[in-house]
Design a protein around this ligand. Structure first.
Ligand code: GLN
Length: 212
């Protein structure tokens, strides 16, 4: 995972906690497997799955056609929404106002892909993670940040002078990525995920971190 994406994954002291960490632990318990969480750049997760360095990623990762060329995805376990963070006094009021602006994104995320497609790579400043993108916004180095809604809420709560625009940019599905040749693990993870959804475990983990 990339432990800079609250409330899905973030550091609490030396521990990596959050929705994905708890779902992973619950699946490991169901499957009788030992969970080891490795923290890395979001942008290197898929290559690390392909090379066998890690077995799977839970990282608030959106299912996309492009990623499906390289990894398999489990059934979805959560929904994400791309939102726009701006300074409170910004003249940006909706996605229509992003034309010609400099947009901060997290390198290799769907926010990065969509903004590069819609507004051009020259208008995108790709930062290593959400926290650094938000710092760039606070320092006036970018005009806004496009990022997933729940991390956006966490970053806005931690920093003065920022707001999230009401407009929803894009809605997407989060799923677990697994190597294409590892159908045995894919089937096991899907089976345990189905049980954890059916018995309410997944929803209660989400509700613990995201208040309605
Ligand atoms: N949901 C986004 C994506 O998959 C961002 C995920 C993340 O930064 N952890 O690209």
């Amino acid at each position: 995972t990339n432990a800079a994406f609250p409330p899905y994954e973030y550091k609490d002291g030396d521990d990596i906690v959050g929705i994905d960490a708890e779902i992973a632990q619950a699946m490991a318990d169901k499957l009788g497997l030992k969970l080891e969480i490795v923290d890395m750049d979001f942008d290197s997760l898929i290559a690390s799955i392909q090379s066998g360095k890690i077995d799977m990623s839970l990282a608030g990762m959106t299912v996309t056609e492009g990623r499906k060329q390289n990894v398999d995805f489990t059934d979805s376990y959560a929904t994400g929404v791309q939102v726009i963070i701006v300074k409170e006094d910004s003249d940006i009021a909706s996605a229509d106002d992003l034309e010609g602006k400099l947009i901060g994104v997290q390198q290799g995320t769907t926010g990065h892909l969509y903004c590069a497609d819609d507004f051009g790579e020259d208008h995108v400043n790709a930062l290593p993670n959400g926290a650094t993108a938000v710092q760039a916004l606070l320092q006036g180095k970018v005009d806004c940040v496009v990022i997933d809604q729940e991390p956006a809420k966490a970053f806005v709560a931690e920093n003065e002078g920022l707001k999230i625009l009401d407009t929803e940019y894009i809605t997407e599905d989060y799923a677990i990525a697994i190597a294409k040749d590892n159908t045995e693990l894919l089937d096991k993870v899907n089976a345990s995920l189905a049980k954890l959804k059916a018995d309410g475990t997944v929803q209660s983990i989400i509700d613990k971190y995201i208040k309605a």
